[in-house]
Design a protein around this ligand. Structure first.
Ligand SMILES: [Fe+2]
Ligand SMILES: [Fe+2]
Length: 304
């Protein structure tokens, strides 16, 4: 028996969901749209790869965890698909982008073996708890003022990624011969993820008019997310305050110590003996779950 809860939440998105859904933190707005275009095909890849791997699982507890994990990811995929479809309806060229990203994941399924798939899944999933803890701990400065539907969708997804933080690793440990296998595949995984992000952001720049996106999505994800954080944090120390203001940063409200801790945990998440059970967790995940259990409307839970 797995402890994971399968929550079917009635998400609704229509064409009124703007591409710039988070004007108060524009880089987060781009990141959230990239996340949607990444999540749908990635989670379909998880479902496809684990369907092929299921018959190899000999431990009933791992098999139960695998089934529950796949069901949660299927919920995420279908919820984000609604957001994705609303963006494609407004910018039909993005259908091409969706297809290109799907092709990249189908390419993995066609050319790689089970050990790679479960490593790829475990490697990515292991980064989510350190990363999403920062988003949840600083939700007001990151999501505040944004469209409540998109903000609530992403926050729900982050909460459940933290809930099933051990699933991908348990499946990977069961189906690979060595703890080092997934660490060995980490560079190939990172390379593939960066390639997918490039495809998505170049698609946004090609198919969404600049007036609607406000900035180059490609530049925002390739350099601005990291470089503007570094410039803002290091420059005052070495060269004094800047004359021109920097573009708003996703993590402007997060201390350098916290960000450094997150980066350390992200690196550690790829190591062979990483155990997600030891991770510090965001308190708000429990707040979200209690509200869900009370029967609150989670589709606009954040930002009302
Ligand atoms: Fe997910
Ligand atoms: Fe996941």
């Amino acid at each position: 028996m797995s402890d994971l809860v399968i929550r079917k939440i009635p998400w609704t998105f229509d064409t009124a969901v703007p591409f710039r859904w988070q004007p108060a933190n524009p880089l987060m707005g781009i990141f959230g749209n990239v996340f949607t275009f990444f999540a749908v095909p990635f989670e379909q890849y998880i479902i496809g790869a684990l369907r092929d791997a299921e018959h190899l699982i000999t431990d009933p507890a791992v098999a139960a965890e695998c089934r529950a994990f796949v069901r949660q990811e299927a919920q995420h995929s279908s919820a984000h698909r609604k957001h994705l479809n609303s963006l494609i309806k407004q910018y039909p060229g993005l259908e091409e982008t969706r297809r290109e990203v799907t092709d990249r994941f189908d390419g993995l399924l066609a050319t790689r073996g089970i050990e790679f798939h479960v490593s790829y899944i475990a490697d990515i999933e292991a980064t989510f708890t350190p990363l999403f803890k920062v988003f949840l701990d600083h939700r007001d400065s990151i999501f505040g003022g944004g469209d409540p539907r998109v903000a609530s969708l992403i926050l729900w997804h982050f909460v459940e990624e933290i809930e099933h933080r051990s699933s991908g690793l348990a499946i990977c440990a069961h189906l690979t011969s060595s703890r080092w296998t997934r660490t060995r595949f980490a560079p190939a995984t990172a390379g593939h993820v960066l390639g997918v992000i490039e495809t998505i952001t170049r698609g946004f720049d090609r198919h969404v008019p600049e007036a609607d996106r406000g900035m180059s999505a490609y530049r925002a994800m390739r350099s601005d997310v990291v470089l503007s954080e570094l410039r803002a944090r290091l420059r005052p120390r070495f060269r004094g305050p800047r004359r021109n203001p920097l573009p708003a940063r996703i993590f402007h409200d997060v201390s350098t110590r916290e960000l450094a801790g997150m980066i350390g945990r992200l690196i550690a998440s790829q190591a062979p003996y990483h155990n997600p059970a030891d991770q510090p967790l965001p308190e708000w995940a429990a707040v979200w779950m209690r509200a869900y259990e009370r029967g609150a409307d989670m589709t606009t839970f954040f930002g009302r």
